[in-house]
Ligand binder design. Structure first.
Ligand SMILES: [Zn+2]
Length: 380
């Protein structure tokens, strides 16, 4: 099938008599643009895969790595004292403004409530206490959500990065659909390929299923929003028997005035992040994961740490970023629980960025980005 870039190339070829030298330059520009197209996931025997060009993807750890990981020392050291946790990771009350030009509230882990040009959406909503098939078992939440779903004033759509339990939470999905779904302007769900059936089985009425490089335009309050599904380097499973059967992705939301990027859950894939920056960026705001990176030899194909997060911030051309995917669940990674925040501060400094360019926020904290002057009022 002819893509937009092939059409550009055809156009260039048909006007070749005009000026050969100039044409050669156009050709080069057109072909480099088509090289800039996003990678597609592989799809073999019903399973998705990270393409060969994702050099950091070395596959899932095997049995041997599993044993080595078990023997690795867990330095997470999450305090059992509520008092200590309240001090290190305080909860604050969200201050949602559904009319904001651009604001973001971190609920915890990868859950961010964003209002952009008057549309409100959530990334990977999880309000549950455990992320596992059981509500009483599995990685436990050590910081509670700062508000309930019933406290949300309005949600127009949700983007889901993949089906791991800490990103796709059945009770949050059902509750959000119940509260905001139904009707023409009801809640919409954006999911990567292979997840539509699961969403519908759980009651979601308007589900858009996309692959990398696809976008869907929607109208909210008579304004157009483009929701782009973009590559991420990760994997999927829920039951252990369904590995790679549904896709994983990041998401970019382009409104009439502002642009937002959510990296989802991902390893470092320089080429694709560069393309996201060139093709859809620059972004006014991004949510990028920071945590779950130790031991690196085990985690790095699927998760990044703070230094790589800063690299992504630069590659996607974000003006401001918020670090997520840390400080909420004990996910089984071994870094000290406050280290992602500290290493981010160091990495931001080392990269020569303004210290406000890429930050962590408190659970529940609402940051307004509509007007850069208003940032002064927030905590340091
Ligand atoms: Zn995951």
């Amino acid at each position: 099938m002819l893509g937009a870039h092939d059409l550009i190339l055809n156009e260039v070829l048909h006007t070749r008599t005009m000026d050969d030298v100039a044409m050669d330059e156009s050709l080069m520009a057109a072909s480099s643009q088509s090289e800039d197209a996003f990678e597609k996931p592989t799809f073999i025997n019903g399973k998705y895969g990270n393409p060969k060009s994702f050099l950091g993807w070395t596959g899932l750890p095997g049995l041997r790595e599993g044993w080595r990981y078990k023997r690795n020392k867990d330095l997470s050291n999450i305090p059992s004292s509520e008092q200590e946790l309240n001090k290190a990771l305080p909860l604050v009350e969200p201050k949602f403004n559904p009319d904001a030009q651009l604001e973001a509230t971190w609920i915890g882990h990868a859950t961010v409530v964003v209002t952009l040009d008057g549309a409100t959406f959530i990334t990977d909503p999880i309000w549950s206490n455990h992320c596992s098939p059981f509500f009483f078992y599995g990685p436990k939440r050590y910081r509670p959500p700062p508000c309930q779903i019933t406290d949300l004033k309005k949600v127009d759509f949700v983007v889901i990065s993949h089906n791991h339990y800490d990103h796709l939470d059945v009770s949050s999905v059902r509750q959000l659909e119940q509260q905001f779904g139904g009707g023409k302007d009801g809640l919409r769900w954006f999911v990567p390929m292979g997840l539509k059936g699961w969403m519908e089985k759980n009651g979601c009425r308007q589900v858009e299923e996309l692959t990398w490089g696809e976008k869907k335009s929607i109208t909210i309050n008579s304004k157009q929003f483009d929701v782009h599904c973009v590559p991420a380097q990760h994997w999927s499973t829920r039951t252990g028997f369904d590995r790679f059967k549904s896709l994983w992705s990041g998401w970019a939301v382009v409104g009439p005035q502002h642009r937002f990027y959510f990296a989802g859950d991902t390893g470092f894939c320089k080429e694709e992040f560069g393309k996201i920056g060139r093709r859809i960026g620059p972004f006014d705001l991004a949510a990028i994961p920071l945590g779950c990176y130790e031991p690196k030899w085990f985690m790095s194909p699927q998760h990044i740490g703070p230094e790589e997060a800063v690299e992504i911030h630069k590659l996607i051309r974000a003006k401001k970023s918020i670090g997520v995917h840390w400080g909420t669940f004990h996910m089984g990674s071994h870094e000290p629980y406050m280290e992602p925040k500290l290493l981010l501060e160091e990495a931001v400094k080392k990269a020569g960025l303004d210290k406000e360019a890429f930050i962590t926020v408190h659970h529940g904290e609402t940051r307004n980005y509509s007007n850069s002057k208003s940032e002064e009022q927030f905590h340091k």
